[in-house]
Design a binder for this molecule. Structure first.
Ligand code: GLP
Length: 249
């Protein structure tokens, strides 16, 4: 199976398409009186998708009452109240503005004790499975080719676990942490296997800075050195790219 690409004129245009797909899935599950399990991402790429979902909630009565979410990752260690946490990000951009039930929100907890971390990750993975797996997984991509925080070297079948962040990833995160020394060295991330078990995957790529890694991801051989290449043989993945991001394809 080949990755299916959609090239759009702008990130706004692409974000509307993706938000619409998510909203349609939520409604389809609502009509079937079942929950909708969404895997969510952070970073700048999905912000406009969340904005549009919030708008649909406010203006079109889109309800999140049947939605269960699992976020991909979180820095470690990281306090929930820290403004750099993905916990904070998700509440700021989505959860505080929609009617999702607090108990249906799952974000890896960057404050678990290191002795409990291994079991915590296993439990996170089990919880996804116990709900029937992810119906939809939203992704961005890092310059190292990471999805979630699955850095180069990640295994195809990896599950939720703690990982050490790549230097390039920490450099990219440095501005929001006011310097690289403040960027955590570790993170908790869903694994490549966790992501690939989703029934549907949509990866967002905006801007020329992603062009090089997207060329490798889509056109070159599958390798653990570019973990996003593992998406090539997923059966239902779409890359939504703007002009800059697709400029080297
Ligand atoms: C972080 C996140 C990834 C995200 C990546 C790209 O590393 N853990 O999930 O895809 O950043 O971020 P951005 O969307 O800001 O380019």
């Amino acid at each position: 199976e080949k990755i299916h690409n959609v090239c759009v004129n702008s990130s706004s245009e692409g974000s509307l398409i993706v938000a619409k797909e998510i909203a349609d899935l939520i409604k389809e599950k609502q009509n079937a009186k079942t929950r909708c399990v969404l895997g969510l991402a952070t970073g700048s790429s999905p912000i406009k998708v969340y904005e549009e979902l919030v708008r649909m909630h406010k203006e079109e009565n889109l309800s999140f009452a049947n939605v269960v979410t699992f976020n991909l990752d979180e820095y470690y260690p990281m306090d929930k109240n820290n403004m750099q946490s993905y916990f904070y990000f998700m509440h700021e951009h989505l959860f505080n503005h929609v009617d999702i039930l607090p108990e249906n929100i799952n974000i890896p907890d960057g404050s678990v004790n290191s002795e409990d971390l291994y079991q915590y990750c296993i439990d996170y993975e089990m919880k996804i499975k116990s709900l029937g797996g992810l119906d939809f997984q939203l992704l961005g991509i890092g310059r190292t080719g990471h999805i979630g925080f699955n850095e180069p070297g990640s295994h195809l079948n990896s599950g939720t676990r703690s990982i050490t962040l790549d230097h390039i990833t920490r450099v990219d995160a440095a501005p929001s942490f006011l310097g690289i020394d403040n960027v955590p060295r570790k993170a908790i991330t869903m694994g490549v296997g966790t992501v690939r078990s989703a029934k549907r995957i949509v990866l967002l790529g905006w801007g020329i800075s992603k062009a090089d890694v997207l060329k490798k991801t889509i056109e070159e051989e599958i390798t653990s050195q570019v973990p996003a290449t593992y998406l090539q043989n997923h059966k239902n993945t779409t890359f939504v790219l703007d002009i800059g991001a697709s400029s080297e394809l």
